[in-house]
Design a protein around this ligand. Structure first.
Ligand SMILES: [Zn+2]
Ligand SMILES: [Zn+2]
Length: 338
């Protein structure tokens, strides 16, 4: 089988590998689509912290079961996605039903080789039923689950104003899921195309174009001076995160989905007087995957709208840099396997 390995930053190489043999508790999957994610771009650029090379990238998986020892729960030929966050089952987080932040987490396609190959062997416990979704839709489940998890942590009440910072792929998904959860969603970004996408495809009424408007003034107008009671950062930008608190309503919550490498610096008096809650949202839980699949099946989210680019697996190396450089116009790029 053919594997695409990221040998060093900036360099992909196709390799002929032996098909993984049967292994107890593991399923062999034939890959059909892989979604390309910010993590993959950063790994290729060499800006992903704690990343080892060579590495097979790809953790947003749509596949078909090619082999399985025991067909009790899943069957050969079934369309599936996977939960790529492999946890230890032993640590304090795992024991408290939070395997998404396991101390010893191994993320498929990050800490271990991922999906950019014709076949993968993964623990059966990571399999998620496709439930009638297409391969295209299944490839979008994981990135949407990231948003679902952050929204769940926000514990939204109906009609609550939620500000989403950043309209990248994760921000757009988070905005959708916040809307489904009953939030009155506001999306802020500098990118006009992405804000247009919010209005036209996601039916989000409130967008703030930060290249044209002052955030504070617009938020006052939209919320009737209350300000949003929930802010979810999907930028992973230090400046945006440090500045977010001043836009938060008193008694509100600031949730960080995006991640950056430096310190978070916030004013203690500003934080204290709000009795604010600051939460980080890491990865996603199986429940979040199920919730997303359910939302897609009900037609509340249309993953196909998110797919802006497609590239054949064999053509990926020569096209990767192009995708990387046009991230402003790429919402989600899918790698297609024959
Ligand atoms: Zn991803
Ligand atoms: Zn653990």
């Amino acid at each position: 089988m053919i594997t695409l390995s990221c040998e060093t930053p900036g360099k992909f190489e196709f390799k002929e590998m032996i098909l993984p043999g049967p292994k107890k508790g593991f399923a062999l999957l034939k890959i059909r689509r892989i979604g390309i994610c910010g993590t993959d771009y950063h790994a290729f650029e060499g800006t992903q912290p704690f990343f080892n090379y060579p590495r097979v990238l790809g953790h947003e998986i749509a596949a078909e079961i090619a082999h399985l020892e025991n067909e009790q729960e899943f069957h050969i030929g079934e369309k599936v996605t996977i939960n790529p966050y492999f946890s230890c089952g032993q640590c304090i987080a795992c024991r408290n039903a939070k395997p998404n932040c396991c101390e010893n987490i191994s993320v498929f396609g990050v800490h271990e080789d991922g999906g950019m190959q014709e076949y993968i062997s993964v623990p059966e416990s990571s399999l998620i039923h496709g439930q009638g979704l297409s391969f295209d839709e299944l490839a979008l489940v994981e990135p949407l689950a990231i948003g679902a998890h952050g929204v769940k942590l926000a514990e939204l009440k109906a009609g609550e104003f939620v500000l989403i910072l950043g309209a990248g792929p994760i921000g757009l998904g988070t905005a959708s899921l916040a809307q489904i959860a009953g939030g009155e969603v506001i999306v802020a970004d500098y990118n006009t195309n992405r804000l247009d996408f919010c209005r036209s495809k996601l039916d989000i009424a409130h967008t703030i174009n930060l290249s044209e408007t002052d955030m504070h003034t617009r938020l006052k107008e939209i919320t009737g001076a209350d300000m949003p009671t929930v802010i979810i950062d999907c930028t992973g930008n230090q400046e945006a995160i440090n500045g977010a608190l001043k836009f938060l309503a008193h008694g509100g919550k600031l949730i960080l989905i995006g991640l950056q490498k430096k310190e978070i610096i916030i004013s203690h008096p500003e934080f204290h007087k709000r009795e604010a809650t600051l939460k980080s949202s890491r990865n996603a839980l199986s429940d979040d995957f199920s919730h997303v699949i359910n939302c897609i099946r009900k037609g509340w989210i249309r993953p196909l709208d998110f797919i802006s680019h497609r590239v054949a697996f064999e053509r990926l190396p020569e096209n990767f840099e192009k995708l990387l450089n046009s991230q402003q116009s790429v919402i989600k790029a899918l790698v297609e396997f024959g």
